[in-house]
Design a binder for this molecule. Structure first.
Ligand code: MN3
Length: 207
């Protein structure tokens, strides 16, 4: 069986300072993401080979085909594995600003303007109850980008939505620096969004 490994972090722990502090990055990556990865492997070991042989993206996109006794574990830990690798890659030092190209056009079509999108994303993600994520996703049926919140680590892929950009609002993502001030963390996070990577992802899925 293929074992998943913690994907490389594309920058140093302190690269996103002062918006995301180095200590939070280190714990989030080496402890939380590692644990989702390990528990995904443990759950897959208990699955039949036809599940084991599929890529995690395909497994999450067809979550109802996972054996019932491992479905919850794979939804959670497989989602956690995939969500966090997207999260790291859609942030960078000196990020932020506004997107360009195809993704800027798609956001404008769906939300009216970039500032309307940002306002909707921020206000709804602040309101996620407990732990979860706010996502910019691509809907393959409507061929439009949409905003969606998801609980815990459930992947948008489980609803046939392709994740493009996500904001992790579990307390482990911000509590050391921001404590209970989730709105401040989300405001800061916009300064590290890697729009070039989001645009590349958007272009690749529509080919
Ligand atoms: Mn997290």
């Amino acid at each position: 069986m293929k074992k998943y490994e913690l994907p490389p972090l594309p920058y140093a722990y302190d690269a996103l300072e002062p918006y995301i502090d180095a200590r939070t990055m280190e714990i989030h990556y080496t402890k939380h993401h590692q644990t989702y990865t390990d528990k995904l492997n443990a759950a897959l070991e208990k699955c039949p080979s036809d599940t084991q042989n599929k890529d995690i993206v395909e497994i999450l996109s067809n979550i109802d085909q996972v054996p019932a006794d491992q479905k919850s574990a794979i939804n959670f830990n497989g989602g956690g594995f995939d969500n966090h690798r997207i999260f790291w890659n859609t942030m960078k030092q000196n990020g932020g600003g506004e997107p360009g190209g195809s993704i800027a056009d798609a956001i404008k079509t769906s939300f009216g303007s970039f500032s309307d999108f940002k306002e909707k994303f921020s206000s709804a993600t602040v309101l996620v109850q407990g732990s979860g994520w706010g996502w910019l996703v691509y809907n393959q049926s409507s061929k439009k980008v949409e905003f969606k919140t998801m609980p815990n680590q459930t992947s948008p892929r489980t609803e046939q939505l392709i994740p493009l950009l996500g904001c992790d609002v579990w307390e482990h993502a911000y509590y050391l620096k921001y404590q209970n001030k989730r709105p401040d963390y989300i405001s800061a996070w916009w300064n590290v969004v890697n729009w070039d990577h989001v645009e590349k992802g958007f272009d690749s899925i529509r080919k």
